[in-house]
Design a protein. Structure first.
Length: 418
């Protein structure tokens, strides 16, 4: 069977580009694959090859780039509250960009594949409109909320309670559109059952569609890190052996709960032996606190993970985060808010300390508890995380799970007549 994956050029990112990078790397390592699985071409750098549209980042990265420009920041309330306003315009622009990014792989899949395997709603809608008779269209969900809510929340009013945005006309209209695409595809794939929790919470209409979803657990492998301790004591000396370093790795978007973490850190007792390393957010926008060390963007994630004692994930909504998989690979304990895909890491046996809620005192107490763990306790939790990655979360495991799905689809494919 021929499976054609539709997405942007593959590269080490989050979202579809990074997922397809990991999956295609595992596919290349398989000397005898059972199916003909085709992927978008790798990212070619800033200079695109002749007669090709320039490769561009993943859907979420492109959305983020659209979110930061002063031209679009803080639209007037009336533009948010009327149909066909700013959110609608921005989503139409994103749709155009994404279709340009995925156009080559979509055309290739439509021309030859039995299964057109898309990784975003815009490409799925295009595939449904153009597919040949008998050609199936499947879609993997990479978003943690409906896209219109993500856009309105992250870009316009990040301080808002997400519930207050649901009935904005453009958010409602585009959520209904996204739900329609989910219903229209032949198959919907999520990394785990827990990953659908956010969609059910946001809109109960997703319940019925999620009832027929298939689950293909993700996998990933981070590049080997350097030897440098990125959090060495001033002057390059060793850190205090009693100091505990937790890592927040990601963006400051509201669904990630960074504001909740900051409130929790501010509630820590004076004299805590904790350092919270913050990697990703602009250091100029990270609040100043004795326990916080703002690192900005860190390219060497492997070295970063080797330099800390545990990972912190305080997502308000969670799919199944790449950074958490990479922390498991690095053998780190995981401090996780017990929502969505975060709960799957606990179910899979990783070394987890779970947060029941995101109240400042809850976060502060959990951080304080971890700071009191002995080195032996931290090491034992880290071994659990590493074992979880080795037995379930490598790219090879993800590839084998994809092949198992393709086996099943091939077994039920219609037999062509002579």
């Amino acid at each position: 069977m021929i499976v054609g994956h539709v997405g942007p050029p593959t590269r080490r990112l989050g979202g579809p580009a990074g997922y397809l990078h990991q999956l295609s790397s595992a596919a290349r390592a398989d000397a005898h694959p059972r199916h003909d699985v085709r992927f978008p071409e790798p990212f070619a750098g800033e200079a695109p090859p002749p007669r090709r549209a320039p490769p561009s980042p993943s859907l979420l990265t492109r959305l983020r780039r659209k979110l930061v420009g002063p031209k679009f920041y803080r639209p007037p309330a009336e533009q948010m509250e009327r149909a066909g306003g700013t959110v609608d315009r921005m989503l139409r622009e994103v749709a155009e960009d994404v279709r340009a990014d995925t156009g080559l792989s979509l055309a290739s899949a439509l021309a030859a594949a039995d299964i057109v395997f898309t990784h975003d709603c815009f490409s799925a809608e295009s595939a449904l409109a153009q597919r040949r008779p008998g050609q199936q269209v499947w879609m993997m969900c990479h978003g943690v909320t409906p896209m219109s809510l993500y856009l309105a929340w992250s870009w316009a009013v990040p301080e808002a309670d997400w519930r207050s945005l649901l009935e904005l006309p453009d958010v409602r209209a585009w959520t209904d559109w996204e739900l329609g695409v989910w219903k229209g595809v032949d198959g919907l794939v999520l990394p785990c059952p827990e990953a659908g929790e956010s969609f059910r919470t946001i809109d109960r209409q997703f319940d019925a569609v999620l009832g027929r979803a298939r689950y293909v657990l993700s996998g990933a492998s981070a590049p080997a890190g350097g030897d440098a301790d990125l959090l060495a004591a001033p002057g390059g000396g060793p850190r205090n052996e009693n100091q505990r370093v937790g890592l927040y790795l990601g963006s400051p978007e509201p669904y990630r709960g960074f504001d909740a973490l900051i409130a929790g850190v501010q509630a820590l007792p004076a004299g805590s032996n904790l350092t919270i390393a913050v990697a990703g957010p602009d250091p100029r926008k990270v609040p100043t606190h004795p326990a916080i060390r703002a690192l900005g963007r860190v390219e060497d994630v492997g070295a970063l993970l080797a330099s800390v004692d545990f990972l912190i994930n305080v997502n308000r909504f969670s799919l199944f985060d790449l950074s958490t998989i990479e922390a498991a690979q690095a053998g780190k304990p995981l401090m996780l808010h017990a929502v969505g895909g975060n709960r799957a890491f606990e179910r899979l046996g990783a070394g987890c300390v779970m947060l029941g809620d995101l109240q400042p005192q809850t976060i502060a107490e959990c951080l304080t508890d971890i700071a009191a763990f002995s080195a032996a306790t931290l090491a034992a939790l880290g071994r659990q995380s590493r074992a979880c990655w080795e037995t379930q979360l490598t790219p090879r495991h993800m590839w084998e799970r994809h092949l198992a799905l393709y086996d099943e689809l091939a077994a039920h494919a219609p037999v062509p007549s002579d």
